[in-house]
Design a protein around this ligand. Structure first.
Ligand SMILES: [Zn+2]
Length: 433
């Protein structure tokens, strides 16, 4: 009854959100923000739009607190990535409900959580929920590209709107069956993306007489091989430690962590492996623009992911050591984003844990550091907020969801949408109730 009607309400809202094309670029998230404002105001939730440019609005809504309890932010983004209709079995902006699944771009990433967040705060408002702290809803623009119209801009220009103690965002919620034991992943940390380029110098010359030149491309090849062969010393950080402790019942040394995880399940090894070390993957190379000219310059771009707490400055010395000193080069960081973590011993963690215990007895929550990054780091950096990525999925297997995100035929089971809504309502009561 109450639950059944909320199930219908969240399904309908997700369909309507999918039908608004917020492909970024260009985004045009204002249309989604206005739909959400209309929906939320109908339930008496106070709303405000914040926009750097009129067509790219962020919506922030709130139920004000009665005392000085903690503030919980339900965070989501309304933009989506490109969808090519030729690859889809349904029109990607149809929001069609078929076989108890809602289809369309954003069904997983992440209009599902936008809709569940909205229905959570709206339904609590209708029930007269009076939190001690404050419950905030933010549906932001421009997460997928990150040109500074979304949460980054809000934190800098309107910090009072999104200041929070705790936040629930995207990033995890996968249900893993590891040898008969059930675990739900909750993302509490993210690696830092810190790509760099290496420019190798030589001397140009006509390619018919290689002896007169000094070929930068040939010298760069040596550096590419050294980067590829480098095996950093593994370390077990707090998220992996907690993961291994829960799954294995003990924490093995860093050097045997992957093998021990593999013995439980190959997926466990896949999860742990990139979280023990920084990774250095050369992905792009450019040199001469002409076949018959030996290049004086060769540029290599390296996708580098650092562990939380590692800084590009600290890792620069390692990179120089790996590259060696026999080849002349310049080396520059291209950017550094993410790489933040939140503590594990918090009321929000307790809420995740109790929700799982209640909704699937015997299952356990495990923390994970995600190899990619989300908008959570803006909240951690601006306010020291505890931000977790958690939207539980029970019906759709994680390997299926992983294939559908940013891909064709993206869809979510209505059961999972409803589970996510249950979680958000539970969390609001547990954390700021
Ligand atoms: Zn996303």
């Amino acid at each position: 009854m109450a639950v059944t009607s909320l199930r219908g309400e969240v399904t309908d809202l997700l369909s309507r959100l999918i039908r608004i094309d917020t492909t970024n670029p260009p985004g045009n998230e204002t249309a989604a923000a206005e739909l959400l404002r209309e929906y939320l105001e109908a339930s008496g939730v106070e709303c405000e739009l914040y926009a750097r440019v009129p067509e790219r609005a962020n919506l922030v809504a709130r139920i004000r607190g009665t005392g000085d309890g903690p503030t919980l932010l339900l965070l989501s983004h309304t933009d989506v990535v490109l969808a090519d209709p030729r690859e889809w079995s349904v029109p990607p902006f149809s929001g069609e409900v078929r076989d108890e699944e809602i289809w369309g771009r954003g069904a997983l990433d992440m209009k599902s959580q936008v809709a569940a967040n909205a229905v959570a705060i709206a339904s609590l408002a209708r029930e007269g929920f009076q939190p001690a702290g404050e419950l905030i809803f933010a549906a932001t623009a421009d997460e997928e590209v990150g040109d500074g119209f979304g949460l980054q801009w809000l934190c800098a220009q309107h910090p009072e709107a999104v200041r929070c103690d705790y936040a629930i965002n995207e990033g995890a919620g996968d249900r893993l069956d590891l040898g008969g034991s059930i675990y739900y992943l909750c993302s509490t940390a993210e690696k830092m993306t810190a790509p760099f380029n290496v420019r190798v110098h030589g001397r140009s010359g006509h390619a018919s007489m290689p002896g007169i030149a000094d070929n930068a491309l040939v010298k760069a090849a040596r550096l590419v091989e050294r980067l590829a062969a480098y095996r950093p010393e593994p370390e077990v950080q707090q998220e992996v430690e907690a993961f291994l402790q829960t799954v294995l019942g003990e924490v093995p040394p860093a050097t045997s962590a992957v093998e021990r995880a593999r013995a439980v399940h190959p997926i466990a090894a896949e999860l742990v492996e990139p979280l023990l070390v920084p990774t250095f993957a050369p992905t792009m190379i450019s040199a001469s623009q002409k076949r018959n000219v030996i290049p004086a310059l060769c540029e290599i771009v390296v996708d580098c992911r650092l562990l939380p707490g590692q800084s590009p400055e600290a890792v620069a010395g390692i990179v120089r050591e790996v590259l060696g000193s026999d080849v002349a080069y310049d080396f520059d960081w291209l950017e550094a984003q993410g790489g933040t973590r939140s503590p594990l011993d918090t009321p929000l963690w307790d809420a995740v844990d109790s929700f799982i215990e209640e909704s699937e007895p015997g299952a356990r929550a495990v923390p994970i550091c995600t190899a990619g990054f989300t908008d959570s780091h803006w909240l951690r950096e601006a306010f020291g907020a505890v931000a977790y990525g958690f939207f539980p999925m029970r019906t759709m297997p994680p390997e299926v969801a992983a294939q559908l995100i940013h891909s064709a035929d993206e869809r979510i089971p209505v059961d999972d949408l409803e589970l996510g809504l249950d979680w958000l309502r539970f969390a609001a009561r547990a954390v700021c109730g």
